[in-house]
Design a protein around this ligand. Sequence first.
Ligand code: BG6
Length: 295
Amino acid sequence: AQVNITHDNSRVSAVLPSGESIEVLLHGATVTSWKDRAGNERLWLSDAAKLDGSKAVRGGIPLVFPVFGTAPDHEPTSKLPQHGFARNSRWDFLGKSTTESSGQTDASVKLDFGLSKATITDEAKKLWPFSFSLIYSVTLTPDALRTGIVITNDGDQPFEFQTLLHTYFRIGDINKVSVSGLEDAAYIDKVDGAKEKQQAGDVSIAGEVDRVYHPANPSTPVVISEGGESKFSIVRETLGDVVVWNPWTEKAQGMGDFEPKDGYKNMICVEAGSVKGFTKLEAGDAYSGEQVITV
Ligand code: BG6
């Protein structure tokens, strides 16, 4: 058995010999599906998500670049739409590489996607005129999904960016979920006037949550548990911040592409990124960051 990779004009899919699979849309290089060997979905994707390129995908793993949210006070990114243009651009599929073990039970696959100044729309170029290239690599192994970004400044002037891997995890019941690894971390509470607070214990969700955490120890895994059982463990490289988001009832109501409306019970966004302030990238320099999600 070999890794089975198929791709057409709009998406790339890969299935491991052991049965796990992923799907990546070229629109946004958005990972829209990650299934276990029994075919159970691990990511949450809205039933009303637009997958035709008309809108950023509601669910999966949209990629935020070069601005998180909007930044009216940060002149170079002030004109960009919410979360930047990367999630709304059509990426190129650059290629695949596979590793196969002797017994072929732990084969893995890496899919690479690219976006650059040369490939974004003229409209996006007008809003953000810098010379850049992004390589996004999505690696599937039987027990993990790794997504990593390399951002290169190809121009002759520095630029500043934020980036975030906006992962929507599928869970059974938000009321039973807790997130560990953020205890004592400072955070900005976006639903309470952007006040700075400090996390006490695990994070549990009983209403709208929208927080930007800055854990003191970036190498502590962030673990999503349900009913006390660990479901996902997220380990980050470079990406120093973690956003935790659940829209709850009213915000879900207000999002046209969020279906079913009570779908907020079955998802939690835990987003690895670099979003506190901006990172400056000098001409010719590159930045890389990734998350490894283990089940
Ligand atoms: C989160 C933000 O990362 O993304 C939230 O912290 C935002 O404030 C959410 O509501 C969803 O954003 P969007 O643009 O996909 O609706």
